[in-house]
Design a binder for this molecule. Structure first.
Ligand SMILES: Nc1nc2c([nH]c(=O)n2[C@H]2C[C@H](O)[C@@H](COP(=O)(O)OP(=O)(O)OP(=O)(O)O)O2)c(=O)[nH]1
Length: 128
């Protein structure tokens, strides 16, 4: 199973939501920024991916419950979310189609990647 970390980045009561580009797999789906774990800890992976994708540094607040999802027999992922805040603030979109800051009550309206849906629900229920 592929381990994938992702960042729920909070700022002023809003959360950063990013849309995958039409050229990535799961094209145009919304996700939390992050990516596949290499030979590193989940925390190292998250910080590396956020720097690569958004050009910013994050501080991790806490790890939230992971979600396992099978997109197909050959593609199973374990998505590991972390609540974060920004340490540097100038976001540059290096891979995503777009990024938006949304208040909690609006994030459920987006067309999320399937693996994210239980994570979004858990987050809304516990942090509203
Ligand atoms: N980053 C991220 N990936 C997610 C989320 N939800 C979800 O199903 N995925 C899937 C999409 C991809 O199949 C996989 C992560 O791949 P990725 O393309 O973001 O990872 P990466 O940056 O390491 O990719 P690569 O281009 O180096 O292969 O997990 C999410 O919230 N964030």
């Amino acid at each position: 199973m592929l381990k994938v970390t992702c960042a729920i980045i909070e700022n002023n009561g809003k959360v950063l939501c990013t849309q995958r580009s039409s050229k990535m797999d799961l094209p145009n789906k919304w996700e939390f920024p992050g990516g596949k774990m290499k030979d590193e800890t989940a925390e190292e992976c998250l910080k590396r991916e956020i720097k690569e994708e958004l050009g910013v540094e994050v501080k991790i607040l806490e790890q939230l419950p992971s979600n396992e999802h099978s997109y197909s027999n050959s593609k199973k992922i374990k998505l590991i979310p972390f609540r974060c805040i920004l340490k540097t603030f100038e976001i540059t979109l290096l891979e995503h189609a777009q990024a938006i800051w949304l208040p909690l009550e609006k994030i459920e309206c987006l067309d999320w990647a399937k693996a994210d849906i239980p994570i979004v629900k858990h987050y809304i229920e516990n942090y509203k």
